[in-house]
Design a binder for this molecule. Structure first.
Ligand SMILES: [Zn+2]
Length: 228
C-alpha cells in the first residue's frame, strides 16, 4: 500500500485508500514527533483546528506515517469496534501525549520549564513496561513493528515519543522553532536552512501570506522598491 521508492523520511500511500486533505497537510518532511504535534492547526488562536478528530482518524494517521502495517491496524480496529470505550481511552492518551510533547517543545523553544505533568507523562511513554515493539528490517530499512498478534495500540505511540526525545536532546535541538505567523498558526518545525533564519512553517502558506502583507504595507507606506 505504501509507495516504496520515495524519500525514506516519509512515505505516502499511493492509490487504494485515499488520504484526506487535512491529513496530507501534516505529512510533509518534518520529524515524526513534529508532524504529530502539528495535527493541531491554529494552536495560537481560538478555536484551534483538531485534525485527529477521532480514534479512526488517529489510526489513519499512524498508518500514513508508516508506524504499523495495515494488518496490525485492522486487528486494532476490530477490537475497537467491539469495545468503543477502549478506543476512546487510547485516543485520549494519544492526545495527552501530543499535548505533553507540545508543552515540552515550546518550553524548549522558549527556554522555560515545562510543566511537571508533561515531563512525567512523556517519560511514561518512553520507558513504559515491557514493550511489544521491535525494529524489523523491511524494504531496505528498519521499521517500527509490533510483535505479531499484539494489538496494543499505545505501543504505536512510543516511536513518536522517541522521536521527540531524540530531537530535543540531539544535535538539532537548537533548530526547533514555532511558526511566526501572526494569525496564530503555531505549527512547529525544524529549521534546516543554511542561515538558520526560517520563520514560517511553510513558505507556500504562512510565509507567502506574511510576505504579501509586508509588501502591501510597504506600498501603503509609500516605499516602493520595485521588487517582487
Ligand atoms: Zn504557519
Amino acid at each position: 500500500m505504501f509507495q516504496q521508492n520515495g524519500p525514506r523520511a516519509f512515505r505516502f500511500p499511493e492509490g487504494g485508500r485515499s488520504t484526506p486533505k487535512h491529513l496530507r497537510q501534516t505529512l510533509e518532511t518534518e520529524d515524526l514527533s513534529i508532524r504529530f504535534v502539528n495535527t493541531v492547526a491554529w494552536r495560537l488562536r481560538e478555536p484551534h483546528e483538531e485534525r485527529l478528530g477521532s480514534p479512526t482518524v488517529l489510526m489513519d494517521w499512524l498508518e500514513c506515517n508508516g508506524l504499523a502495517r495495515s494488518e496490525d491496524l485492522g486487528l486494532i480496529r476490530k477490537v475497537w469496534s467491539a469495545n468503543p470505550r477502549k478506543a476512546h481511552r487510547v485516543y485520549e492518551t494519544a492526545i495527552q501525549l501530543r499535548e505533553a510533547m507540545y508543552d515540552l517543545f515550546t518550553a524548549h523553544i522558549a527556554r522555560r520549564h515545562p510543566s511537571p505533568s508533561a515531563v512525567s507523562l512523556f517519560g511514561q511513554f518512553l520507558w513504559g513496561s515491557s514493550s511489544r515493539l521491535r525494529l524489523e528490517w523491511e524494504d531496505g530499512r528498519l521499521e517500527w513493528r509490533m510483535t505479531p498478534g499484539a494489538s496494543e495500540p499505545l505501543e504505536l505511540l512510543r516511536p513518536i515519543a522517541l522521536s521527540a526525545a531524540e530531537l530535543m536532546t540531539g544535535t538539532r535541538a537548537h533548530k526547533i522553532r514555532q511558526c511566526q505567523d501572526d494569525r496564530g498558526c503555531g505549527w512547529l518545525f525544524v529549521d534546516q536552512s543554511r542561515l538558520q533564519n526560517r520563520r514560517w512553517c511553510s513558505m507556500g502558506d504562512c510565509g507567502n501570506r506574511a510576505k504579501a502583507r509586508s509588501h502591501r504595507e510597504r506600498i501603503r507606506a509609500g516605499i516602493r522598491r520595485g521588487e517582487n
